[in-house]
Ligand binder design. Structure first.
Ligand code: NAD
Ligand code: IPM
Ligand code: MN
Length: 343
């Protein structure tokens, strides 16, 4: 039976992960789940962010379910870089998979877009780009201060994530991949991405391709999200575009993701796209659907396609029955989802 590690994390993380575990237990009883206490509370208590011994233990699991990390009481970056990005990098989770669809029953903000008309997936590069941490600063806190942040792009890293995007597109109906970058300005990295894209595209003659600059893609995601099937892009562009894609499909509370190491050498990690939402934490009003859909991605990755499909169907039932404006209780939604999933 699958062994998963659970990092509930900060803010609404534990609230939504609790519901995801409920649903996993409902569809796949007997999953062994081990909780790891990481995040702001541990940092304040012990000064630890992610001890090496914990990283080693996490490596021994089949997958990781993560809630959210980050807290206003901890300096920016300490947990985001030291915990979340450390896990993505250490476990070589280079495919950051972020599907977006407009579910029936969900009132998106776009009057012209009907449920079923958006079904896209962003394949966001997960281990390089501006997230690599290269850069520095000089003359801090003086008028002469200079800060640089460098984007790391390797042919190996870019090509492998593009190949993953094409392989996914081939398994989908529309078989289309859009490369999003900023080749008109970022001429070093942009050129590498464009050439790697062209080379991989030649291996997939049955897949249609297009290219868009990231600013245009941000616009089209709002004006015509239906045009996208698979989008492949760099780490930071993918971060921003997936919040937009979430917004146009009913909000960040529904957006799931998988940080995937496709070779299975390391555990993949599944987490909502959203963060710890300090503004609503502790009130029991966070939408757990993003965490529950992330659990479905986890189950699918571990080979439990039937269980994953039951979770997705449970979400479809829940969302179809939602009336807009009705207050939402995290626990109640979790209970209903678990109920639908076993029914
Ligand atoms: P956020 O996603 O936490 O919140 C943005 C807005 O969306 C808030 O108004 C919040 O209330 C709302 N929201 C988020 N999830 C929701 C849910 N499930 N149901 C209903 N509403 C929801 O982003 P932020 O405010 O920019 O960041 C807060 C903290 O989270 C920061 O420390 C940030 O670094 C961290 N963060 C972590 C992750 C992660 O762990 N993967 C992702 C994003 C941000
Ligand atoms: C996300 C988050 C993270 C990211 C942060 C918290 C490091 O915004 O998962 O989208 O930028 O990848
Ligand atoms: Mn983000």
């Amino acid at each position: 039976m699958a062994r998963i590690a659970v990092v509930a994390g900060d803010g609404i993380g534990p609230e939504v992960v609790g519901q995801a575990r409920k649903v996993i237990d409902a569809v796949l009883p007997g999953v062994e789940a081990t909780e790891y206490d990481l995040g702001a509370a541990r940092y304040h208590r012990t000064g630890e962010v992610l001890p090496e011994s914990v990283l080693d233990e996490l490596a021994g699991h089949d997958a990781i379910l993560l809630g959210a990390v980050g807290d206003p009481t901890v300096p920016p970056g300490v947990l985001e870089r030291g915990l979340l990005l450390k896990l993505r990098f250490a476990f070589d989770q280079y495919v950051n998979l972020r599907p977006s669809r407009l579910w029936s029953g969900v009132a998106g903000p776009l009057a012209a877009v009907k449920p079923g008309e958006v079904d896209l997936v962003v394949v966001r590069e997960g281990t390089e780009g501006l997230y690599a941490g290269a850069g520095g600063s000089l003359h801090r806190d003086t008028p002469a201060e200079v800060a640089t942040e460098e984007s790391l792009n390797t042919r190996h890293g870019v090509e492998r994530v593009i190949r993953d995007a094409f392989a996914r597109a081939r398994r989908r109906e529309r078989r289309k991949v859009t490369l999003v970058h900023k080749t008109n300005v970022l001429t070093h990295a942009g050129s590498l991405w464009a050439r790697a894209f062209a080379a991989v595209a030649a291996e997939f003659p049955d897949v249609t391709t297009e290219y868009q600059h990231v600013d245009a893609a941000a616009m089209f995601l709002v004006t015509n999200p239906s045009r996208y099937d698979v989008v492949v892009t760099d780490n930071l562009f993918g971060d921003i575009l997936t919040d937009i894609a979430a917004a146009v499909t009913g909000g960040i509370g529904l957006a799931a993701s998988g940080c995937i190491n496709p070779e299975g050498r390391y555990p993949s990690m599944f987490e909502p796209v959203h963060g710890s939402a300090p503004d609503i934490a502790g009130r029991g009003v966070a939408d757990p659907v993003a965490a529950v859909l992330s659990a479905a991605l986890l189950l699918d990755q571990l080979g439990h396609a039937d269980a994953a499909a039951r979770v997705t169907a449970a979400v479809a039932t829940e969302l179809a029955g939602r009336t807009s404006g009705a207050p939402l209780r995290t626990e109640e939604v979790g209970d209903r989802l678990a109920g639908h999933a076993v029914a």
